[in-house]
Design a protein around this ligand. Structure first.
Ligand code: GTP
Ligand code: MG
Length: 371
């Protein structure tokens, strides 16, 4: 695993946290991490990502560890990737490719698979050219317009056609979703959408709230497809809760584009329920990433509730903590003054009554135009 730590960056994520997460992603993709390597630089080098001296150091590390693949924590340009493969003589992949790999393993429904496939092809397309000239050079100075060139043209055309076909099929799925949402809107039942970093506990919370049986796992991107459940609030009104794909740092733009159909569920929601894993030392970094993605999706103006989750893990000492003592202890710490924030434990079912109450208060404040 290789990362560049940007000198003087205001990022809430340290390179160490980011590379830890990269290792977790690699584990989810089935790799066994044997080493980590970080260089502090003002910015990654345009040609080799790392500086020259560091690259030599990485080469000898790679040789002594005898690894099969080196994974970089940023999206590499085709040029950087080619140069790095030449220099290291090993397979080189980047964070985006790794995330795409995990998504591909996770996609279960037809819609999820289509979206992942589109993202993969869009990621691949600009990288094709680089790969062919790379192969040609490895082949050893064959003519400048050899068979590789025409093969490249054929490949590009095939990929372009494939992207076109995938877009048409996704558009059909999207229309279907749109019709479904229109019907939902007519019914006047408001929608609360769960958002948050991957592994924050969104699906567990949906299950706890609705006793639904959504797949939960301690792995990244357990959920890719939206699930919707109907709930009755304490004031007896009905509400729909949707759970969807989680966010991650440096989510590849190809994924955001390809998952538009899925992410549109968020646009329709009356309220966003942001689930945070409060127990991580980098919870603030994860929140920042979620904020950035919500801003990209133009969702900053949506009414928001924050559920600080997994609080049971903060109290796993001898003392017998229960829902009331744990929550009143945390509330008295006074760190969370925001009245739209609640402490919960989705796993233990703590704080759910308060959360439901907050949802119904927030909904009654947001006008619900029935169209
Ligand atoms: N101790 C504890 N574990 C929790 C709690 N909520 C969720 N978890 C665990 O956290 C892990 C992730 O939970 P999920 O519900 O799959 O998380 P998610 O946000 O849906 O994740 P993605 O679908 O991957 O984006 C699982 O192992 C859960 O059992 C909680 O309140 N307490
Ligand atoms: Mg989930």
């Amino acid at each position: 695993m290789v990362a560049v730590a940007i000198k003087g960056s205001a990022d809430r994520w340290s390179a160490e946290d980011s590379i830890d997460e990269l290792a977790q992603l690699a584990g989810t993709a089935g790799a066994n991490v044997v080493g980590r390597f970080i260089q502090r630089l003002p910015r990654p080098s345009k040609t080799h990502y790392l500086g020259k001296g560091k690259l030599d150091e990485l080469l000898s590390r790679k040789n002594s560890l005898n690894c099969d693949v080196v994974i970089f924590d940023d999206e590499l340009s085709p040029l950087q990737q080619r140069n790095l493969e030449d220099a290291l003589q090993v397979k080189v992949i980047d964070r985006a490719a790794l995330i795409l790999d995990v998504f591909a393993r996770r996609a279960r429904t037809h819609e999820g698979q289509l979206q992942v496939e589109l993202a993969q092809h869009q990621y691949l397309f600009p990288r094709l050219a680089g790969q062919w000239s790379h192969l040609e050079r490895l082949g050893g100075g064959i003519g400048t317009r050899g068979p590789g060139e025409s093969q490249l043209e054929t490949d590009r055309r095939l990929i372009r056609q494939k992207i076109h076909r995938l877009k048409i099929r996704i558009e059909e799925v999207r229309k279907h979703r749109m019709l479904y949402r229109q019907r939902r809107r007519k019914s006047g039942v408001p929608v609360v959408a769960l958002v948050g970093y991957t592994n924050a506990g969104k699906s567990t919370l949906l299950n706890a709230l609705s006793r639904a049986d959504v797949f939960v796992e301690d792995k990244l991107f357990a959920t890719l497809d939206p699930t919707t459940r109907r709930l009755t609030l304490p004031d007896k009104s009905a509400v729909l809760i949707t759970d969807t794909v989680g966010f991650i740092r440096k989510l590849p733009p190809a994924i955001v584009t390809a998952f538009r159909a899925t992410l549109e569920e968020l646009t329709e929601a009356s309220v966003l329920l942001h689930v945070v894993d409060l127990t991580l030392h980098n919870a603030a970094g994860q929140c920042q990433t979620v904020e950035d993605i919500l801003a990209d999706l133009n969702l900053m103006d949506k009414p928001r509730i924050t559920a600080l989750n997994k609080i049971d893990l903060l109290f796993d000492d001898d003392k017998t903590w229960n829902e009331t003592t744990a929550i009143s202890y945390l509330s008295n710490q006074g760190e969370v003054a925001d009245k739209n924030t609640v402490f919960v434990s989705a796993a233990k079912g703590w704080g759910l009554t308060e959360l439901l109450g907050l949802i119904s208060r927030t909904l009654s404040k947001t006008a619900q135009p029935v169209s």
